[in-house]
Design a protein around this ligand. Structure first.
Ligand code: ZN
Length: 140
């Protein structure tokens, strides 16, 4: 069965995502794009997120790619929000309902090659940019 959210055959997107996380945690040169991998994957699999969580993730990806904010800076901002109790919404959802109904994407995680860190980081960045382009105008 194809993934109902990103369209990947046999749901291999989830397997691929888990493999990528291992790769990113074990090799820092792959890990350089970890923040993009997570945001792009989560935006395409919106059933894992609440509506607020999905919008938050889209804004994060925009800050990474358009405003070029460094991941460490954004993580700190988020931590401060949580610590100060200012973030009132839940990020993850357990009800399994997608936030968006989009299934046709310019790129998916299957477009990312893993031969070496250079190729990997370029492909993850291209995938993340295409996801941002695909969802930027969506009203949820
Ligand atoms: Zn998928």
């Amino acid at each position: 069965m194809n993934c109902p959210e990103c369209g990947a055959p046999d749901d291999i997107c989830k397997t691929r995502f888990d493999e990528f996380l291992v790769l990113e945690f074990t090799d820092a040169s792959f890990g350089a794009v970890h923040h993009l991998t997570v945001s792009a994957y989560m935006l395409q699999h919106s059933s894992k997120l609440t509506r607020e969580g999905w919008l938050h993730e889209r804004e994060l990806l925009r800050e990474f790619l358009v405003e070029n904010k460094p991941p460490a800076f954004i993580r700190k901002q988020n931590r401060d929000l949580v610590d100060s109790g200012k973030r009132k919404f839940k990020i993850t959802s357990k009800n399994g309902l997608p936030v968006i109904s989009k299934t046709s994407w310019t790129k998916t995680i299957l477009d990312v090659r893993t031969e070496n860190a250079e190729v990997y980081c370029a492909d993850v960045t291209a995938w993340a940019r295409s996801v941002l382009d695909d969802v930027l105008g969506l009203i949820v």
